[in-house]
Design a protein around this ligand. Structure first.
Ligand SMILES: *Cc1c(COP(=O)(O)O)cnc(C)c1O
Length: 395
C-alpha cells in the first residue's frame, strides 16, 4: 500500500490515539530502519527502549521462528519450558526469587500493585492499601496505572480514578516521611524517570528510601520497565544505584520487540500470591518467553550488555560536547543508553527536523529529547546523531 493510502486508511479506520511521524517503516537491520520509499533512518528510538538487540538480530529471529514452528501458545493450564527457563534466568540474575509473566509494562505494574496490596492485607489488614508514587512518573495506561502515574495529562477525562494512590515529589525523602504511614502498603518509582523527561534517582535518596521501607515493612517497588534489561549498563538499574527493591517490574526490552512483561519479587512477598490470585491468558506464553530467553542470551552470553557502559559514556560525552557548542541545549542527563537532552526550544520541532535528516529521535515531555537506541549502537552511529543535532541547532 503506498504511504499516502496507508495514512488515509489509518485516518479512517484507527482510533486516533496517536500522533504519528509521517513515515511508514517496513523493515530494519541493526540500528537502521527503512521506510516504504526505501529511505534509511538511524534509529535512536528503538521502539521506545524496546529493540535492545536492534532490528533483525539473528539470534532473536531464529528463536522466534523455531518456537513459532514448535508451539506458540497453550495457556497457563500446562507447563511450558520457555517460561520456566526465563524465570530461572531472571531470578538468578536479580534480587528476586520468583517471577510472574504478563504482556506489557502496565500489566506488570498492575501485578506489582495487586501483590503489594495482598501482602499488606494479609499481614496488617485491609486498611493498609495505599501506594505512594512519584510526581512526573509514568507507569502505563490502564485505569490503575494512570492513577499511579503522577501526571495530570494522562488522567484527565478518565475520572473517577482508583482510590489509594498519592504522589510525592521525586528525590524528596522528607515528603515520603511526611506522607507514609500505617496505611501505606508500598512505594513505587522508576529508578530513572523515562517518559517524565529522564530524571535519575539520587543514590542517597534511594538508600534512605530503602531503609525507611524496611523499617516500616512498606514494599519498595521499582518500575524498571524502561531501565531494565541492560539499558543502563547493568542488567537492572538498581544494581548500580546501590539498593534492591522488594518488587520489580519489567517489560519494554524484555522480549526485544515481542510483547512481554514481568513482575519479580522476593519469596516473602511473592508468597502472598496463592493459586488463582492473579492470572493472564497470554502471560508467559512460549513464543514471548522464547524471545525473552534469546534476548537474555544475547545480553549475558553474547556480551551485548558489556557494550552498554562504554557506548553510554560515549553518547553522554558526545551529547555534553554538543551542549557546549549550542546555547539551546540546557542539560544532559541519564545513565548508560538512556540519555536525555533538555532544550530551550520545543523538542517536537527538533524531532521533525531530525526525521527529515534521516535520524529517529523521540521527545519525553515538551522540551526533552530522549535517546534510547538499540544496545548494539556503534560509535559511528552516535557520531551521525551528533552531526545531525549540530546541523539542526546551527540553523
Ligand atoms: C513504557 C512504560 C510503562 C508502560 O508500559 P506499556 O507496555 O506501554 O504498558 C510503564 N512504566 C514505565 C517506566 C515505562 O517506561
Amino acid at each position: 500500500m503506498p504511504t499516502q493510502d496507508l495514512k488515509d486508511n489509518a485516518a479512517r479506520y484507527l482510533m486516533q490515539t496517536y500522533t504519528r511521524q509521517p513515515i511508514s517503516i517496513v523493515r530494519g537491520r541493526g540500528a537502521k530502519v527503512y521506510d516504504m520509499e526505501g529511505r534509511e533512518y538511524l534509529d535512536f528510538v528503538g521502539g521506545i527502549a524496546v529493540n535492545l538487540l536492534g532490528h533483525g538480530h539473528p539470534d532473536l529471529v531464529q528463536a522466534i521462528q523455531q518456537q513459532a514452528a514448535q508451539l506458540i501458545h497453550v495457556s497457563n493450564l500446562y507447563y511450558t519450558e520457555p517460561q520456566v527457563t526465563l524465570a530461572k534466568i531472571l531470578v538468578e540474575h536479580s534480587f528476586a526469587d520468583r517471577a510472574f509473566f504478563c504482556n506489557s509494562g502496565a500489566e506488570a505494574n498492575e501485578a506489582a500493585i495487586k501483590l503489594a496490596r495482598r501482602y499488606a492485607h494479609m499481614k496488617y489488614g485491609e486498611s493498609r492499601f495505599e501506594i505512594i508514587t512519584m510526581k512526573n512518573s509514568f507507569h502505563g495506561r490502564t485505569l490503575a496505572m494512570i492513577t499511579a502515574t503522577g501526571q495530570d495529562k494522562v488522567q484527565k477525562g478518565f475520572e473517577p480514578l482508583m482510590p489509594g494512590f498519592s504522589y510525592a515529589p521525586f528525590n524528596d525523602m522528607a515528603a515520603i516521611e511526611a506522607m507514609a504511614g500505617e496505611r501505606t502498603a508500598g512505594i513505587m518509582l522508576e529508578p530513572v524517570q523515562g517518559e517524565g523527561g529522564v530524571h535519575v534517582a539520587g543514590r542517597e535518596y534511594l538508600t534512605r528510601l530503602r531503609e525507611f521501607c524496611t523499617t516500616h515493612d512498606i514494599l519498595l517497588i521499582f518500575d524498571e520497565v524502561q531501565t531494565g534489561m541492560g539499558r543502563t549498563g547493568t542488567l537492572f538499574a538498581y544494581e548500580q544505584l546501590g539498593v534492591a527493591p522488594d518488587i520489580m517490574t519489567l517489560a519494554k526490552g524484555l522480549g526485544g520487540g515481542v510483547p512481554i512483561g514481568a513482575c519479580l519479587a522476593k519469596e516473602s512477598v511473592a508468597s502472598a500470591f496463592s493459586a488463582g490470585a492473579h492470572a493472564s491468558t497470554f502471560g508467559g506464553n512460549p513464543l514471548a518467553c522464547a524471545a525473552a530467553v534469546a534476548v537474555c542470551g544475547a545480553l549475558l552470553e553474547g556480551h551485548v550488555l558489556d557494550r552498554v557502559k562504554p557506548m553510554g559514556d560515549y553518547l553522554a560525552n558526545a551529547l555534553t560536547e554538543c551542549k557546549a557548542r549550542h546555547h539551546v541545549v540546557r542539560d544532559i542527563r541519564g545513565i548508560g543508553l538512556l540519555q536525555g537532552m533538555e532544550l530551550d526550544i520545543d523538542a517536537k520541532t527538533v524531532v521533525a527536523e531530525a526525521l527529515s535528516r534521516g535520524v529517529l529521535i523521540n521527545a519525553a515531555g515538551e522540551r526533552v529529547l530522549r535517546f534510547v537506541p538499540p544496545l548494539v549502537i556503534t560509535t559511528q552511529e552516535i557520531d551521525q546523531l551528533i552531526d545531525t543535532l549540530d546541523a539542526i541547532f546551527t540553523r
